[in-house]
Design a protein around this ligand. Structure first.
Ligand code: HEC
Ligand code: HEC
Ligand code: HEC
Ligand code: HEC
Length: 291
């Protein structure tokens, strides 16, 4: 656990509360192995529990789970999400949080992208959820994507403002936004714990940096997983081109999957809504915001 995260937690209240939060985090980390996407709301196959599986038209003709998002071959390389099996929406089609001109916002937006665009390929409701590039079985490849059903297209997501966020995401937590209140010190190239002085705004926690395949990655360490290592129970920041400055200079950004792990459907604990960690005591929020 990094120290700034610990101090963020302590601010919630008494040591009693701190103890309860710590136990909650440990429990969710301990039970994560049991969490599975199978049968969850992200299981769009016939065994799933999402609006698509239960009310989709036509009824899903596959028991496969992963295929709605991933394919082992012929994936969409325009997507940052791994081995992505769907076409992406246009990055420019969204109304952003920044259009509200919050009096306190500091960070700069870049185009809606990275893993967020992959989430929005279902959650903006603009394309049928069963449109995929490589359908199950032999000969299912179609570069521009095709519906699972052979005769009719499946359903697009419904339910505004959630779970269908739509293309107006100004009422959602900002995404594709610089971490740290803007002005991340991109000349800081040391791996390990990042000094808070490398963030423009000290009301954020500083987190960690590592280099993987010559590319910098950043995350906020939580009590789950191994201390100082990037785990899926950490709050993941996504590497993107800096909002200002030379192209190819990378900075950490907040995206949908900073807070969410799309596979983590542990409905038996407080870790609901595919969160990376339980939000007990607002632990998700306090991992980043030093409040
Ligand atoms: C609803 C969409 C969706 C479904 C269904 C899905 N995934 Fe993913 N998966 C994603 C996204 C988005 C990412 C990128 C997440 C990130 O940035 O951490 C990802 C990342 C991954 C990764 C790499 C990161 C990690 O968490 O290990 C693996 C491996 C993976 N998925 C495997 C699977 C398998 C196996 C299945 C089926 C059992 C599956 N996924 C089903 C959306 C999905
Ligand atoms: C991954 C890190 C991260 C997490 C987790 C996170 N935030 Fe944020 N949040 C940010 C960043 C970065 C901004 C943009 C701030 C800026 O640039 O001034 C932001 C912006 C905001 C704003 C708008 C601030 C403004 O000045 O208009 C609010 C309110 C907010 N977050 C609340 C929350 C709440 C509530 C949670 C928990 C549900 C949360 N955040 C979780 C990183 C995070
Ligand atoms: C293949 C389509 C698809 C993709 C891609 C997808 N989702 Fe979903 N998501 C769904 C469906 C379907 C539901 C269930 C909606 C319902 O039943 O009302 C859902 C529900 C959710 C929920 C609510 C779960 C609950 O318990 O209510 C969250 C959170 C979520 N998705 C986040 C994400 C994030 C974050 C990403 C990207 C990392 C993502 N989704 C990508 C289809 C998708
Ligand atoms: C800063 C953290 C953060 C980011 C970024 C974020 N979410 Fe969430 N999201 C949450 C939290 C926390 C909840 C649980 C809220 C609750 O319990 O009502 C949630 C809930 C949801 C839900 C379920 C809402 C419900 O009550 O049924 C969906 C769907 C969802 N998120 C999708 C997304 C998508 C898609 C993105 C990116 C466009 C995204 N989220 C980005 C923190 C975040």
């Amino acid at each position: 656990m990094n120290t700034s995260f610990a101090s963020g937690i302590k601010l919630i209240g008494s040591s009693m509360v701190f103890g309860a939060v710590a136990v909650g985090l440990m429990m969710s980390a301990g039970t994560l192995g049991a969490a599975t996407i199978k049968g969850s709301k992200h299981d769009l196959g016939s065994g799933g529990t999402s609006q698509y599986s239960s009310a989709g038209a036509p009824t899903p003709s596959t028991t496969e789970v992963c295929v709605f998002c991933h394919t082992p071959h012929g994936a969409n390389t325009a997507a940052t999400a791994p081995l992505w099996n769907k076409s992406l929406p246009a990055a420019g089609s969204y109304t952003r949080y920044s259009t509200l001109n919050s009096t306190t916002i500091d960070g700069t937006n870049v185009a809606v992208g990275s893993v967020s665009l992959a989430c929005l390929s279902c959650h903006d409701g603009s394309q049928a959820m069963d449109v995929m590039i490589n359908k199950p079985g032999s000969g299912g490849y179609n570069a521009s994507g095709a519906s699972l059903g052979s005769t009719s297209a499946g359903a697009a997501m419904t339910g505004t403002p959630i779970p269908k966020l739509g293309t107006d995401i100004s009422n959602d937590h900002p995404i594709s936004i610089q971490y740290g209140g803007g002005g991340w010190n991109s000349s800081n190239t040391s791996d390990g714990a990042v000094a808070i002085t490398n963030l423009r705004d000290g009301s954020f926690n500083a987190g960690y940096r590592a280099t993987i395949n010559s590319t910098p990655v950043w995350w906020i360490d939580t009590s789950g997983g191994t201390a100082g290592a990037r785990d899926k129970t950490d709050i993941i920041l996504y590497t993107r081109d800096a909002a200002s400055g030379a192209a190819g200079v990378y900075e950490p950004f907040v995206e949908c999957a900073s807070c969410h792990d799309p596979h983590n459907a542990d409905a038996t604990t407080t870790n609901v809504s595919f969160m990376r960690i339980s939000n007990t005591g607002s632990a998700v929020c306090l991992a980043c915001h030093n409040k």
